[in-house]
Design a protein around this ligand. Structure first.
Ligand code: ADP
Length: 561
């Protein structure tokens, strides 16, 4: 928090404590209340907002923590910008991306409208650079626009599977270091998946003339994708037809892209504010019996939805188009973090049907309560402006076109001192590499320490073992049950990762950001299977990461490894 979030004066001296940060944010966000209520209402909600944050039950996304109540005032984490096939438009998108990243937001783009590389340019008699070349310019911009010196920005780059440059795009991140400020995803259509299933050929089509530029076996492209993902983790897939089936405002536009980590599919120029509920804070311990506090959870969801709707009001928009569509659809993305920690407190292994059923039940509960909260706000404040053009018209008046989304919570889960998002524990002891400073942080899993205290297990042997391996595997002196509860990401079979993603997606309006971790020994066929299953199960996107397929990765397992 000190290096990234707490405010400093112009000499670089800290001028805020963590408590003052939460007070600043609660106060700024509660100001929106004044449009509909009294000073008393505003201070009443300010207190509730402060309580849920101080208690680490709910945290908004990083830009809100950094910028609420400051001159920046840019509070959203997620943006999608259109990139049209004209030089001026490409550089307009680049300009906006730079501004968004300067204010801590992440940007997603679909580059499929750009004409392919080496296409003839009539006006200048030259040839076109193509999507991948332009991405290099976006990448370089991100490299140098540090967010107030706090962190480097993030991008999502998408290219449709029928674009003539798709083969170059699929392999563009294979070499380590290439386009390092981009996550890349292939925009997959149901038609492509059908061609793949029938082992048919697939047409690559010029985006402007609609002419067929090349025919290639669907399987050949698919193999290139899975091989690249196996080699380097990129590309992921985004399933655009599935996404558009759930588009709440199809008459406003088609969705072509997501934000950098994939959890929010958005229309052009649209943004979204995220916030996450820390599930581990809702597991109560009554004399050794752990239970879920459903009432407390319902109350926090209600406060969180109001908080995020307020953020839309007080937000500073960087262009008139962005303002119009954000106010038009009022998308918010409430999600969760601390899932693995909650499961470990409940003593339920991640790799179990019980965990997957609870995931569904929990997310259904959060979705229903978010829906009710948004409906309640609608009675006080009115429907979102595009409601009459939405799938909710005429029977379901609601304040927000989407309400839920599961973000990676990369930083806010560290602030909340819990496991990130819906991911299993990565390791039980690990070194975390500080991205901006040359510093590593060493950590031992708190839940494990608490479990050992609760079950009177002597910690010294366990601690020594996990410091070397990061896991409990191979330790003979402890019960099997404990080993199952504390299985880590790479010990958990990929299919179980996928099952959790599917369970949460079932009740999430937007998408679920999840990394399917694979052990180093995983094969290309494993990647093939996961990517196909993800599509069949109706997921909106999929990302894998095979351990050590890149030399530099943010978290390493085992302090001594
Ligand atoms: P946090 O924990 O910091 O709130 P998450 O890890 O949950 O953020 O990411 C949520 C979204 O925030 C991402 O999908 C992306 O849109 C944006 N984001 C995350 N990290 C960055 C970054 N370094 N630069 C720009 N945007 C980012």
């Amino acid at each position: 928090m000190e290096s990234r979030y707490l405010r400093r004066d112009k000499y670089g001296n800290l001028i805020e404590t963590p408590k003052q940060l939460f007070q600043r944010v609660a106060h700024a966000v509660a100001q929106a209340e004044l449009q509909w209520g009294t000073d008393k209402d505003a201070s009443c909600w300010e207190r509730r907002f402060l309580d849920v944050m101080m208690d680490l039950r709910f945290l908004p996304n990083s830009p809100t923590l950094m910028n609420a109540g400051t001159p920046s005032g840019q509070l959203s984490a997620c943006f999608v910008l259109p990139v049209y096939d004209h030089l001026a438009d490409i550089f307009s998108a680049l300009r906006l991306a730079a501004l968004i990243q300067q204010h801590a937001g992440g940007t997603g783009f679909n580059f499929s409208h750009l004409r392919p590389k080496n296409d003839r340019l009539h006006r200048t008699q030259g040839t076109a650079a193509g999507p991948v070349s332009f991405m290099k310019i976006f990448n370089a911009t991100t490299e140098y626009v540090k967010q107030g010196g706090k962190r480097r920005g993030a991008n999502m780059g998408i290219l449709g599977i029928d674009h003539p440059d798709i083969e170059e795009f699929i392999t563009c991140k294979r070499k380590e270091g290439n386009l390092r400020n981009f996550n890349i995803s292939i925009g997959i259509s149901d038609a492509f998946m059908a061609a793949l299933e029938q082992d048919a050929s697939w047409k690559l089509i010029h985006p402007n003339t609609q002419q067929v530029v090349k025919k290639i076996k669907a399987r050949q492209l698919w193999d290139l994708v899975t091989e690249s993902a196996w080699t380097s983790g990129d590309p992921g897939l985004i399933f655009l037809d599935t996404i558009n089936t759930f588009n709440p405002t199809p008459d406003i536009g088609k969705i072509e892209a997501t934000n950098p980590c994939g959890e929010v599919p958005l229309l052009s120029n649209e943004s979204c504010n995220l916030g996450s509920i820390n599930l581990s804070r809702f597991v109560d311990d009554h004399q050794g019996q752990t239970t879920l506090d459903w009432n407390g959870l319902a109350q926090t969801v209600n406060i969180a939805v109001r908080f995020l709707d307020n953020v839309i009001e007080i937000n500073n928009y960087l262009s008139p188009e962005m303002r119009k569509i954000a106010l038009g659809n009022r998308k918010i993305g409430l999600g969760v973090m601390g899932w693995a920690e909650a499961l470990s407190k409940l003593e339920i292994p991640y790799e179990s049907n019980k965990a997957v059923h609870l995931a569904e039940r929990l997310m259904k509960f959060i979705a229903e309560n978010s829906w009710n909260a948004s409906k309640g706000l609608c009675k006080e404040r009115g429907v979102f402006q595009n409601w009459e053009k939405s799938i909710y018209y005429p029977n379901s008046p609601v304040r927000n076109a989407t309400r839920t989304s599961i973000a990676p919570t990369g930083t806010i889960s560290i602030i909340a001192d819990t496991s990130s998002s819906i991911e299993p524990f990565f390791a039980l002891a690990y070194q975390r590499q500080h991205i901006l400073q040359d510093e590593t942080l060493e950590e031992i899993n708190n839940s494990l320490i608490r479990y050992m205290q609760r079950h009177q297990i002597e910690p010294s042997v366990v601690t020594e073992h996990i410091q070397q391996t990061g896991t409990l595997s191979g330790l003979v002196s402890i019960p099997e049950k404990m080993k199952n509860i504390f299985k880590t990401a790479l010990e958990i079979a990929p299919l179980w990762h996928l099952r959790h993603q599917t369970a949460f997606q079932k009740y999430t309006d937007n998408a679920v950001s999840k990394t399917i971790n694979l052990p180093k020994e995983a094969t290309r066929e494993d990647v093939d299977f996961i990517y196909k299953t993800a599509w069949r199960e109706g997921l909106k996107g999929i990302t894998i990461f095979r351990y050590h397929s890149r030399n530099s990765q943010v978290i390493q397992k085992g302090i001594l490894s």
